[in-house]
Each structure stands twice: as structure tokens, then as C-alpha cells.
Write a protein that binds this ligand. Structure first.
Ligand SMILES: NC(=O)CCC(=O)C(=O)O
Length: 266
């Protein structure tokens, strides 16, 4: 499976209306890959808390429409990162916010095949928990060509290993993790991505943000980690596309050769 991890860089000077077509073109440029992955909240801004309410959209809003078209044009499965979701139904969650940090996944024909609402909200009482509801459901998607299933999670979720165990138990061979993870803690990002890969014997496809917005410099270092814990590719700090061949059959082979998961005591 050929994967493109598109580490998008942006700043406050780029309006969302310009960033959406720019990123859609970046996706189109990845034709020939099987799966393309974008970062968390790349359109509204990962830390642009003050703008989130204005930039919120339903899943079939302008960002969703642009991503669906880009996936179809490039003929790729697209994990389009996440949006600030405001459902047209007026639905609200248990905290009454009515907004979610929602990831969107499209098949190569442009159809929406999965959404995932971020379960663990970052901000310790401000930021996401103050502005958004928490997702409640774990979500897995079938990867292209029957390669296996991937669990979906977002950024801060990476700090909660129990989520990945649940995805593993639901059949995950890989984890896809879009993020807006700051440079100040980029070592946590790289170490935790390796840890989630090693402890679950899964491939980790982790797509971070670059650039500086809302006063926060993003950490880059998007990465693809094999189930044995090797970095198959690692980005630097700027805008960059990682193009990586991943053999998901090797996940099963590794689990047979080194059957650590069979020694779990529940
Ligand atoms: N967008 C996020 O979830 C940021 C997470 C983060 O900065 C951290 O876990 O550290």
C-alpha cells in the first residue's frame, strides 16, 4: 500500500478560503498513492480557538465537498484530517457544545466512508473541552485493496493507550493519527507514535501540522512507523509530503514471529 502523508504548513495570513483549494490541489498531486493523509484541523486552524465557531461546518460543507472531489480526482482513499463539525441537525453532545473535532475519510470514488469524533479533548478546561463535545465511539476503516483495517484517532488521543488497545481488539492492523501537535512537545509525539506501534504491533501513520498559527509553532515530524517500531519515514519541520510503501501483510508475520500480544493478562 502506497501512502502519502501530507504535512501541511500554514499561518494566520492564509485565509481558510485559500487554504482549502491549495490543500485540495496537494491531494490531487498524490495520484498514484492508495491512501493520502492530512493533518488535524488544517482548514480552521488547530489552535485557532477564537475562529472555530465561525469556521465550523457540517461534514458535507465546503471542506467536505472539496475533499470528496480531490479524492475522486486523484482516485485515492483520503483521510482528510479533521474539521470543526457543526451538524445541520442542531445535535449537541453531553457537554452541550454542539461542535466536534471530526475526522473525515473518503473512498477513491469520493464517497464519505467514515467519520471519527475526537474522544480526548486537549486543553485542560479551556480550548477543546470548553468549545467542543467529546466523541464517544471508536471507529475503524477498511484500507484499500483489502489490506486490513485501520483505527482512527486524533492528536491528543495518542496519549491514551487504552484507546489503541480497543482498536487493536476490534481488528486494527494500523492506526491513522492526524495532529496539530506543537513543536514544544514534539519529542512526546515521536516517542508516543513509536510506543503505540510497538505495544500494539500495528503500523502508525501519523500526520502532523507545520508552520506557526495562533501564536503556536507546530512540530512537524510526521511519521510512518512499522509494527516492529522502525521509522519507515519521518518528516522535518516544514511543509513536506512523505511517500511510503507499507506492507500490511508484514504486520501479521511479525505478530506470529514475536507473539507478545498473546501474553496479555486481562
Ligand atoms: N491538538 C492537540 O490535540 C494537541 C495535543 C498536544 O499538544 C499534546 O498532547 O501535547
Amino acid at each position: 500500500m502506497r501512502i502519502a502523508v501530507v504535512q501541511v504548513a500554514y499561518g494566520d495570513d492564509e485565509p481558510m478560503s485559500e487554504r482549502i483549494p491549495r490543500v485540495a490541489d496537494l491531494v490531487r498531486a498524490q495520484a498514484g498513492h492508495d491512501l493520502v493523509v492530512l493533518p488535524e484541523l488544517w482548514a480552521p486552524g488547530g489552535f485557532s480557538y477564537r475562529e472555530w465557531a465561525d469556521r465550523a461546518q457540517p461534514v458535507d460543507g465546503p471542506i467536505g465537498a472539496a475533499m470528496s472531489a480531490a479524492a475522486r480526482d486523484a482516485q485515492v482513499m483520503l483521510h482528510a484530517g479533521s474539521i470543526v463539525e457543526r451538524p445541520t441537525s442542531g445535535e449537541v453532545g453531553s457537554d452541550g457544545r454542539g461542535l466536534w473535532n471530526t475526522s473525515l475519510v473518503y473512498a477513491a470514488d469520493g464517497s464519505l466512508v467514515a467519520t471519527y469524533r475526537k474522544i480526548h479533548r486537549f486543553g485542560f478546561g479551556s480550548g477543546e473541552p470548553a468549545l467542543m463535545d467529546a466523541g464517544e465511539d471508536i471507529v475503524l476503516v477498511d484500507l484499500p485493496g483489502g489490506a486490513g483495517r485501520a483505527g482512527l484517532s486524533t492528536c491528543y488521543d495518542l496519549r491514551f493507550p487504552e484507546l489503541y488497545r480497543r482498536q487493536l481488539d476490534a481488528g486494527a492492523m494500523a492506526f491513522i493519527v492526524p495532529a496539530a501537535w506543537p513543536a514544544a512537545r514534539v519529542r512526546h509525539w515521536t516517542l508516543l507514535s513509536h510506543a503505540r506501534a510497538i505495544e500494539n504491533q500495528c503500523v502508525v501513520i501519523a500526520c502532523n501540522t507545520a508552520g506557526t498559527h495562533a501564536g503556536t509553532t507546530m512540530g512537524g515530524h510526521s511519521q510512518v512507523i512499522s509494527a516492529t517500531g522502525e521509522a519507515l519515514a519521518m518528516a522535518g519541520s516544514g511543509e513536506e509530503v512523505l511517500s511510503v510503501d507499507v506492507d500490511l501483510a508484514a504486520v501479521g508475520t511479525w505478530r506470529e514471529e514475536f507473539p507478545v500480544l498473546q501474553d496479555r493478562r486481562l
